[in-house]
Design a binder for this molecule. Structure first.
Ligand SMILES: [Zn+2]
Length: 127
């Protein structure tokens, strides 16, 4: 086995260390240049996991056809104005008005806010 830092044949026990973002197998005299691999979490792999998780948070979806009617129906059933209802859901009343009229399609975060506060489903998995 050859030391990945100095290139010499490792005579004794090889050391697994972490140096500047990479794992290396090195000889005893080079081991001091890095941290023991066991004590370090690989930041690169962690980053990949995080990126993967983010993309899973937003699934493929389609908003239901009559989302405006559904939202307005629930709001009116609660006897709330768009303003009060918007505050309850964390959605701006001006935005809510456009959503109810289906002038705009809300983004995913807004949909989630409405779904969570109203305990309804406004999306379906996209085919
Ligand atoms: Zn070495």
């Amino acid at each position: 086995m050859i030391c990945e830092l100095c290139g010499k044949t490792i005579m004794g026990k090889p050391y697994r260390i972490y140096v500047e973002g990479a794992y290396m197998t090195v000889c005893e005299s080079c081991a001091k240049y890095g941290k023991p691999a066991d004590s370090v979490n690989p930041p690169r792999e962690k980053h990949v996991d995080k990126a993967k998780k983010t993309s899973q948070d937003i699934p493929e979806y389609e908003i239901v056809d009559n989302y405006g009617q559904i939202i307005r129906g629930i709001r009116e059933g609660m006897g709330l104005t768009q303003e009060k209802f918007g505050i309850k859901c964390g959605v701006k009343p001006s935005l809510l008005a456009k959503i109810e009229q289906q002038k705009i399609i809300p983004d995913y975060q807004t949909i989630r806010k409405l779904e969570t506060s109203l305990k309804i489903k406004l999306t379906r998995p996209s085919a």
